[in-house]
Structures are given as structure tokens and as C-alpha cells.
Design a protein around this ligand. Structure first.
Ligand code: ADP
Ligand code: MG
Length: 570
């Protein structure tokens, strides 16, 4: 083909997608390359976007989602058609459920063939498949719509309650050429993507009126509060009013966990006793016993600050709903305090203080014990003590018992440093969140993983080593899901359903990729291994062998696991 002047003024869908993303501040893409998006990844990298290639789309999606949570800007995940798209969908759904802004961009096959089900390569109606799992789903069918498609995806992901957005790019629109001037004019730089939502004066007054008259007020901080990055205003409001607070797991560190007003160590006591509870970016879902008895008092009056008005009354009546973003709401509450002062009765804070002291002493005794073999408590005490000197570290945490124990044992000092299994209690976020956090923050990450949980995303240790990310993985290896001593009730040779290989040397996996593995069986060895790995600022994996009998079935969620009346289990 002759190189005519007219051709020089053409561009194509690939270039336009990269330009649209760059124009809107997307500086990183997490993905798995393949048909039809390989060149999109190459081009993005060539144009200065950081591209991180994963081994499985679910981990790429999880990395994008956690980056969105940390940055208040959508993390982007790039997947191939049909199977790659579906692999990413778990992460997209998880992002939506947790309220993390992310965009999954996927290439798709020929629509004309898909719609008549004529059997195209990787045939799937991806946009419609994504819809139930995404906050929004869009398909770009023409190159001239790329600018609008990207703008709509960004707005849908970050405005209101954030969530996962699916953006379908047909192979044809990627490859199509378009006049370069028209293409340039079609791009949109999104202005004010997540507009503030100032709550009404009336709603703030109603809520403050309840707090002013409360005898036993309580604030619950959720990950919406952490997401909002209104850390100083939240802390100032709590300290000005003296109200005790409970952090949900990912809100730990919003105020340092050792703050005098933290009621975390008296959780059941305060939930049962509080007469006015203010929810700040936290939903009354299963993680809070749906706001109902037996955990909660039926007489408590509730205040809820949330950006999503349909959340109110979802599980029990909200006496004072405050619809707005948390930063604006906290500012409004503080501004109204002089005219409606709130003081927390001393009897209440003293009662909490006593309960807290009692529970903390009990926990300290458990943590100090050093049984052989190691338990979750003695191992996590070692992790806690090393991390106490590294408040900047991002802590990723998943598993059943590993999650439940670590949440209580490891204190957080800084906001948004704890990233865990979240609203779904999902397994498999570990390596994706670790990579997303390391890339987004530039800080070291420690992933505290159950041996089963680690397996869901374990192959990403190659990704971690390839990009030389400062991620240390601690596998709490008790040889099983929950615990490693289940039996085969048929008497046959196969292991029981929850059994994994307790003898597995997970440390040797990472050695295959040139990084340092440690194998430890005592808390002192764990302390030494974690300290030396932290100093090295390089990828490492610590296989931490603990008692196969340690751990309870379903961790702290025993009540959620239906049991057969016929089969006895531990
Ligand atoms: P947790 O699991 O920590 O309790 P949830 O995920 O259940 O937290 O709840 C978070 C809530 O925060 C959601 O209802 C969401 O709509 C809300 N939210 C998220 N971001 C903001 C924000 N910037 N302002 C107000 N509410 C927010
Ligand atoms: Mg286990």
C-alpha cells in the first residue's frame, strides 16, 4: 500500500483507547494479554502507562480494585474475550460489592456472529453477562464512541457509591481506523467525576439532636469512611464529642487502633448497650449482625451517613439518615456542634474502659503463651511485633482463622493500610490486592494468608518476582481449610474434604522465581524471618508451620455454616 498523506492523518481504536485513558489520569493497567487486546497492552506501555501482566485475570482485577480503593480513582483491568473476561468477573463483582471503583476493559469477538450464535472464537455476549455483577456495563461499537465510553465508565465507577464497571471493546472498533482530527475531538476529559454531595442542614440537625441526648452513643466507622479520605475531620469530630467508636475491619487505622476512644476490645458490650449508634460509611449487613438482636439493642436509635440513600432502612429503621458524602457530612456535623453540643457521659466511657481492660488482659495472656507447635495466636503475635515498627506497611489479610485472629491481634496505626476479604469474605484477593497496593503506594506489603486462601492466587508470586515488588507473604500453614486434621469418614485412603498438604513447602515455590523463601516453626524464627525480609525490601515468602489442630471450622462464622445432623465435625 502506498503511503499517501491521507493515511498519516488516520488513527485507530487502539490508540484512541490509550489516549482516552491517559487523558483521564489512568497511569496503570493490570491485565493478562491475549486476543484481541495484546496490542492495546503494548501500545499502552509504549505510551507511558505502566502495564502489569498477571497470571490470572481475577488477580489483575483485584489489583485494579484495591488501587481504586486507595486512590479514589478507577483501577483498570484488561482482559481477553470470553474465558479471560469471565475470570475477571469475580473481581469486578467483588469490587462492586465492596464499593471499590474499577473498570474492567475486555476485548470481545464479532458481534454479528455472537448474536446469531454461529460459534465465533471465544464467543460470548460479554456486556450482558457482566451486567448483574457490575455497577454499570457499556459496549463500544464504533471508534468514534471511545471517548464517551471511557468517560461514562469513569463516572459510573467513582460517582455516588463507587463500584465495578464493565467496558466492552469490540475487536472491530479497536482495529477500525478513523480520521485523527475527528478522533481527537471525540475524547472527553471528565470534569468533577465524583461530585460532592452535601447533606441537608435538616438531616444533620436531626442526627446531632439524637447524639446530644444520648446516654450511650457509639460511632461505627466502615470502609466507606476509610475510602472517603476524610481522616482528619472524622478524628476531630470523635475527639470533640468524646464518642467511643468501633472500626470495621478495613476502617482500622482511620484512628490509630490504640486510641483511647476505640471500643474494639469491648465490641459486643458496646453493640449490645449503645442507645444511639451513628454509622459512618458502614452497612448493616451480616458483618454487623444486620443491626438486630442478639448483638444489638432493639431500642437503639440509628443515624447513618451514606452517599447511597437507598441503603437506609435496609435492615432496620434509620431514625436519622444523612445522605451525603462523608467529607461534607463530617464538616457539616462539626460546623453544627457549637449550637448543638454533644458530650459523652462519663459513666459510659468508664464502663467501656473497664470492659476493654478486662478483654485486653485476657487476650494478652493468650498471646504470650508459646505452645509447640505454633498456633495462630503465637505466630500472629510475632507478626504484630515486627509490624509495630513499620506502620507504613500495607497489610493484606485473608483466610478463615488467619483472618479472624489477625484482625483482632494486629493493630493498625494509619488509615487504609488494612486490605482484607471484605464484604463477601472472599478468598483469592491476596496476591492481587498485595500487588495493587505495592504498585499504587510504592510501600512494602505484608500478606498474611491462610494456606488455603494463598492457593487461590498463589501463582502471582511469579508476577511479584517479575516486577520485583516489595511484597512479603506469610502463609499460616495448618494443612487445611480451617484446620488440617479432618478425616475421610468413609475410612478410604483419600484425604478429608478440608485437608491440604501440611508438609507443603510454600517457601520453595518463591525460590523457583529467584526470591527468598523461609521455613519457620517457632515464633522466634518467624520474627527473625519477617524482620530480615522487611530489611531486604524484596519479594519473600515465609512458610509458617502451625498446629494442624489449630483453627475452628468456618473461623468465627460457625453460625453461617449449616451442618448435617449425621456427620460429626470438629
Ligand atoms: P464495612 O464493611 O466496612 O462496614 P461497607 O462496605 O459495608 O463498610 O459500607 C460502606 C458504605 O460506605 C457503603 O454503604 C457506601 O455507600 C458508603 N460510602 C462509600 N464511600 C462513601 C463516601 N465518600 N461518602 C459517604 N458514603 C460512602
Ligand atoms: Mg489453613
Amino acid at each position: 500500500m502506498a503511503d499517501t498523506p491521507a493515511q498519516a492523518e488516520l488513527t485507530d481504536g487502539f490508540h484512541l483507547v490509550v489516549q482516552a485513558l491517559k487523558l483521564n489520569g489512568i497511569d496503570t493497567i493490570y491485565g493478562v494479554a491475549g486476543i484481541p487486546i495484546t496490542d492495546l497492552a503494548r501500545l499502552a506501555q509504549a505510551e507511558g502507562i505502566r502495564y502489569l501482566g498477571f497470571r490470572h485475570e481475577q488477580s489483575a482485577g483485584n489489583a485494579a480494585a484495591i488501587s481504586g480503593y486507595l486512590k479514589q480513582w478507577p483501577g483498570v483491568c484488561l482482559t481477553v474475550s470470553a474465558p479471560g473476561f469471565l475470570n475477571g468477573l469475580v473481581a469486578l463483582a467483588n469490587a462492586t460489592t465492596n464499593g471499590f471503583p474499577m473498570i474492567q476493559i475486555s476485548g470481545s469477538s464479532d458481534r454479528a456472529i455472537i448474536d446469531l450464535q454461529q460459534g465465533d472464537y471465544e464467543e460470548l455476549d460479554q456486556m450482558n453477562a457482566a451486567k448483574p455483577f457490575a455497577k454499570a456495563a457499556f459496549r463500544i461499537n464504533r471508534p468514534e464512541d471511545i471517548g464517551i465510553g471511557v468517560a461514562r465508565a469513569i463516572r459510573a465507577a467513582v460517582s455516588g457509591r463507587p463500584g465495578g464497571v464493565y467496558l466492552d471493546l469490540t475487536a472491530a472498533s479497536l482495529a477500525a481506523t478513523i480520521d485523527a482530527t475527528a478522533a481527537q475531538a471525540s475524547l472527553i476529559k471528565v470534569v468533577d467525576a465524583a461530585p460532592v454531595r452535601v447533606p441537608s442542614h435538616e438531616s444533620v440537625g436531626r442526627a446531632l439532636g439524637l447524639l446530644a441526648n444520648a446516654q450511650r452513643p457509639l460511632v461505627i466507622l466502615g470502609k466507606g469512611a476509610a475510602y472517603a479520605q476524610a481522616d482528619d475531620a472524622i478524628r476531630a469530630f470523635l475527639e470533640e464529642t468524646g464518642i467511643p467508636y468501633l472500626p470495621m475491619s478495613m476502617a482500622k487505622g482511620l484512628l490509630p487502633d490504640d486510641h483511647a476512644q476505640s471500643a474494639a476490645a469491648a465490641r459486643s458490650f458496646v453493640l449490645g448497650q449503645a442507645d444511639v449508634v451513628m454509622l459512618v460509611g458502614a452497612r448493616l449487613n451480616w458483618l454487623l449482625g444486620h443491626g438486630k438482636a442478639p448483638q444489638w439493642s432493639a431500642d437503639a436509635k440509628l443515624i447513618q451517613i451514606d452517599i447511597e440513600p437507598t441503603e437506609f432502612d435496609s435492615n432496620r429503621a434509620i431514625a436519622a439518615p444523612v445522605a451525603g458524602d462523608i467529607a461534607s457530612a463530617m464538616a457539616a456535623f462539626r460546623a453544627a456542634l457549637p449550637s448543638t453540643p454533644v458530650h459523652t457521659p462519663k459513666a459510659w466511657t468508664e464502663a467501656i474502659g473497664e470492659r476493654r481492660k478486662h478483654n485486653e488482659e485476657k487476650m494478652a495472656t493468650n498471646l504470650l503463651a508459646s505452645p509447640d507447635p505454633m498456633t495462630f495466636q503465637s505466630g500472629l503475635r510475632a507478626v504484630r511485633d515486627v509490624l509495630a515498627n513499620h506502620p507504613d506497611v500495607y497489610l493484606v489479610n485473608e483466610g478463615a482463622n488467619t483472618l479472624d485472629f489477625a484482625r483482632n491481634i494486629i493493630d493498625m496505626k494509619l488509615p487504609r493500610r488494612r486490605l482484607d476479604a471484605g464484604t463477601w469474605g472472599v478468598m483469592g484477593i491476596g496476591m492481587g490486592y498485595a500487588i495493587g497496593a505495592a504498585v499504587t503506594s510504592g510501600q512494602p506489603v505484608v500478606a498474611v494468608e491462610g494456606d488455603s486462601a494463598f492457593g487461590f492466587s498463589g501463582m502471582e508470586i511469579e508476577t511479584i518476582c517479575r516486577y520485583r515488588l516489595p511484597i512479603i507473604i506469610v502463609v499460616f500453614n495448618n494443612g487445611g481449610i480451617y484446620h488440617g486434621d479432618d478425616v475421610n469418614r468413609s475410612g478410604g485412603a483419600d484425604p478429608g474434604p478440608t485437608v491440604l498438604m501440611g508438609s507443603a513447602r510454600y517457601d520453595r515455590l518463591i525460590e523457583a522465581f529467584g526470591a527468598r523463601g523461609y521455613h519457620v516453626t517457632r515464633p522466634e524464627e518467624l520474627t527473625a524471618a519477617l524482620s530480615s525480609a522487611m530489611d531486604a525490601k524484596a519479594p519473600a515468602l515465609i512458610n509458617c508451620v502451625i498446629d494442624p489442630h489449630a483453627g475452628t471450622e468456618s473461623g468465627h462464622l460457625k453460625n453461617l455454616n449449616p451442618k448435617s445432623a449425621l456427620a460429626a465435625t470438629k
